[in-house]
Design a binder for this molecule. Structure first.
Ligand code: ADP
Ligand code: ASP
Ligand code: MG
Length: 457
């Protein structure tokens, strides 16, 4: 029996938070936990900023911008550890600072290596937090050992968004982590990071520590993957937009994957994939309210017809419409269209088609100018930037009648486009202008969850 316990950045933000994590991990000692940890909150952002400053040729400023980050690690260690351990950790922080300074210099000098160097630099957030948490656990009397996640997660060399490679990752993770567990110690690994098979550091994309936790969980075939964060589970909507949003007790893998994909930041979109194969439950818990049970994501869910579970949204989306009479009755048109996005390695999120037009949405519009000029050879192209996708999710949507009407009644004065019911029939997705998305989500939440909010009060 083993459990993964992943703690996000806010859960390890300072000494109080770290000690709280040590107490939570200690209380789970019986379930042989393996701990995965993010960088202290804000640290990845600071490291990313330093790479941007360096790429503008300002190496000294880039190095200087990280001074407070290193000082924060040292002062946290000083507050939370014995003087000897704090001193040993401070030496490691200084070594990290020197290494990072060298990497920032290289990044200014060699623009072609920037992505590789970005990964080598930002990975230090998790390397330091995992070391620090292992020491804090040790100090709290919990036998623990840092394990370098780069020796476990083997990836391709798609820097900044690397893809883990199986079965190598599983084999190496077992080889590195199981002996530590067998010695009775709790392994502590940094999330988000990995390495190519020839040992070059990579990262899995922002927010990727959840994904690391799930990969390590699948490798070890654990009983449960716990994602500890700053809210009690997956809520009915983003609490920053809908303060009255409440915890959803249970979600199916498919429901959670849709919510994560369409903007529920609480889970990295890829987290669910590794859990599905061995049906490992994923539990989202609150490190500030450890006794609340949070949300369990598993194969089965509780479904009532025509009810929904949650509403996700994602801003900063671009919609593209291609209109062409050539589409009518012609084959090969859609292939030609999607090949354009393929060539530019651009992910398409939502797609709808009519007889003579195709509409779709993109998250990443960085290749848009070249994409547009290629699409113009296929038809008339219309681009709308500043859009947002809203995704209403629930297995109960399979019995649709009445739901679409309820949705569009609630936001009848807000123009919508790109309406689609996902292939799995558990999501209903559409686009609105970005400036209206908060209003729309608020109204939909009120429409669908009003009764639950009243009965919970
Ligand atoms: P961590 O640092 O622990 O990984 P994140 O900031 O990545 O935490 O994710 C947690 C945050 O996700 C919450 O504080 C909340 O603001 C945001 N969030 C967005 N949508 C949802 C949702 N549907 N349920 C819960 N949290 C959500
Ligand atoms: N520290 C990384 C980030 O901020 C990964 C994570 O926290 O999941 O993106
Ligand atoms: Mg996160």
């Amino acid at each position: 029996m083993t459990t993964i316990m992943k703690f996000g950045g806010t859960s390890v933000a300072d000494v109080a938070a770290l000690k709280n994590v040590a107490a939570i991990v200690g209380s789970f000692r019986q379930s042989r936990p393996v701990v995965v940890v993010s960088a202290m909150s804000g640290v990845t952002d600071s490291l990313v900023t330093s790479t941007i400053i360096a790429s503008q040729g300002q190496v000294a400023e880039a190095i200087k911008s990280l001074e407070s980050t290193f000082a924060r690690h040292k002062s946290t260690a000083k507050e939370g550890l014995s003087p000897e351990l704090a001193e040993a950790f401070a030496v490691e922080v200084d070594q990290a600072a020197n290494t990072i300074a060298g990497l920032l210099k290289l990044s200014a000098e060699y623009p072609s290596l920037r992505q590789e160097l970005y990964d080598a630099i930002v990975s230090w957030g998790e390397m330091l937090s995992s070391k620090l948490l292992a020491l804090i656990l040790f100090e709290a009397g919990v036998n623990s050992q840092q394990v370098d996640a780069r020796d476990c997660i083997v990836t391709d060399d798609n820097y900044t968004c690397a893809l883990p490679l199986m079965p190598d990752t599983f084999v190496r993770t077992r080889a590195k982590v199981l002996p530590v567990l067998d010695q009775g110690a709790i392994p502590v690994l940094g999330g988000f990071i990995g390495a190519t098979s020839d040992g070059r550091t990579t990262t899995l994309g922002r927010g990727g520590s959840d994904y690391s936790a799930a990969i390590i969980g699948a490798a070890l075939r654990v009983d449960e993957i716990q994602i500890w964060t700053d809210v009690t589970g997956v809520l009915t909507a983003d609490p920053r937009v809908v303060p009255e949003a409440h915890t959803v007790e249970r979600l199916s893998y498919a429901e959670a994957a849709e919510l994560a994909y369409f903007g529920a930041k609480v889970l990295h979109p890829k987290t669910i994939q590794p859990a599905i194969e061995d049906s490992i439950p994923v539990r989202i818990c609150n490190s500030r309210a450890a006794d609340e049970s949070g949300t369990v994501v598993c194969a089965q869910t509780i479904t009532s017809p025509r009810t929904i579970k949650a509403i996700a949204h994602k801003s900063g989306v671009t919609t593209v419409q291609v209109t062409s009479a050539r589409m009518l009755g012609a084959y090969g048109f859609l292939r030609a269209l999607f090949e354009v996005f393929d060539r530019h390695r651009t992910v398409v999120d939502v797609v709808t088609t009519s007889e003579v037009s195709v509409s779709l949405s993109l998250d990443d519009a960085s290749s848009l100018p070249s994409i547009i000029s290629e699409l113009e050879t296929l038809g008339t192209v219309r681009i709308d930037q500043g859009q947002a996708i809203i995704c209403v999710v629930g297995e109960g949507l399979k019995e649709m009648s009445g739901i679409a009407a309820k949705i569009f009644n609630a936001i009848s004065d807000i123009p919508v486009s790109l309406i689609s019911q996902g292939a799995s029939s558990i999501n209903f997705t559409f686009a609105v202008a970005e400036e209206q998305v908060h209003e729309a989500v608020g109204r939909l939440h009120h429409e669908f969850f009003r009764e639950q909010a009243v009965s919970a009060a």
